[in-house]
Ligand binder design. Structure first.
Ligand SMILES: *[C@@H]1O[C@H](CO)[C@@H](O)[C@H](O)[C@H]1NC(C)=O
Ligand SMILES: *[C@@H]1O[C@H](CO)[C@@H](O)[C@H](O)[C@H]1NC(C)=O
Length: 289
């Protein structure tokens, strides 16, 4: 505790001279995601009960729906699966561009909720995963060591401390904003609920610049002291994925511990309608550099 407080103070002193103002370089909204992100029809690296589909399939099945300032991405909620066949159709997208020093704001209205769901918005360089580090901006795993090789590949996890930062209470509150700042010496993550009175104006209105000095106390702070950012973090892609069961959500003690019935994979196979709320509704992903 004391040593982490100390590193926090030292890191703040060391970085206080760095610029904290960033300009909007990539404003991903609605249909933009169809060209600035790639749908990845890959085998889920976390062994979930999902079948990630390509963009044409996702659009044809309305698993991905992009219009106006809305991006919906969801798991199929219509099909009963055969135990011997592929997993439930779902969507995983990755930004075409990669980023090093930057700030990013995720304006999210709804995230996938329900038994077996494991949604994530995160950054890594997949061609080099986990060696280029990993930051989970939303998600349930928590770790203070950003070296993804150390913590069973969980990387820098963030569990935002307020009840409305995740799952059903996040959704019923209209979601909110997750933001991250990555420099060569630290990674910080913030969360503001939709109805918060303290959302910085650049975050709230999607302004053309943001000043992270005005963002207040971060929800999570990973200074260089816990994690040598330059050696563990290369250029990262932004990735948004929705898996079901798998290495984390499928752990029986977690799955059943959350009050979910039977075993995770059978539940996914046999209960399509249970996934009606397994969707992302994303208003924007804004990158500032
Ligand atoms: C596709 O999904 C969107 C968002 O949920 C919905 O508004 C639209 O009606 C759906 N389209 C079809 C053809 O089902
Ligand atoms: C998304 O995929 C990556 C591996 O490529 C993994 O580390 C991350 O935990 C996954 N998250 C989910 C929710 O699938």
């Amino acid at each position: 505790m004391f040593s982490s407080l100390k590193s926090l103070v030292l890191a703040s002193l060391a970085t206080s001279a760095l610029a904290t103002t960033y300009s909007l370089t990539d404003n991903h909204v609605g249909k933009d995601f169809l060209s600035t992100f790639t749908h990845q029809a890959i085998a889920d690296p976390t062994h979930g009960r999902v079948n990630y589909v390509d963009q044409a399939t996702a659009l044809a099945q309305n698993l991905t729906f992009a219009s106006g300032n809305t991006l919906i991405m969801r798991a199929d909620s219509r099909t009963t699966l055969s135990a011997s066949g592929p997993g439930r159709n779902s969507v995983r997208i990755r930004s075409v561009k990669t980023y090093t020093t930057h700030a990013v704001v995720f304006d999210i209205r709804h995230m996938p909720q329900g038994c077996a769901t494991w949604p994530a918005a995160w950054e890594t360089l997949e061609s080099n995963w986990p060696n280029s580090g990993e930051v989970d901006i939303t998600g349930t795993s928590t770790s203070l060591n950003c070296d993804a090789n150390v913590n069973g590949n969980t990387g820098c996890g963030v569990q935002a401390p307020t009840t409305n930062s995740y799952g059903p209470s996040f959704n019923s509150n209209g979601g909110g904003w997750y933001a991250m700042e990555r420099t060569s010496t630290f990674i910080k993550v913030w969360f503001w609920p939709r109805n918060s009175g303290s959302v910085p104006s650049g975050v709230k209105n999607g302004g053309s610049s943001v000043d992270t000095a005005n963002w207040g106390t971060p929800t999570a702070f990973f200074p260089n002291t816990n994690c040598d950012i330059n050696s563990h973090f290369g250029p990262n892609n932004i990735i948004i994925n929705l898996t079901l069961c798998g290495d984390w959500a499928g752990i029986p003690s977690l799955y059943n511990g959350a009050g979910c019935p039977g075993d995770c994979v059978s539940y996914v196979n046999n209960n399509p309608s249970a996934f009606a709320n397994a969707y992302w509704d994303i208003a924007a992903v804004r990158v500032y550099q």
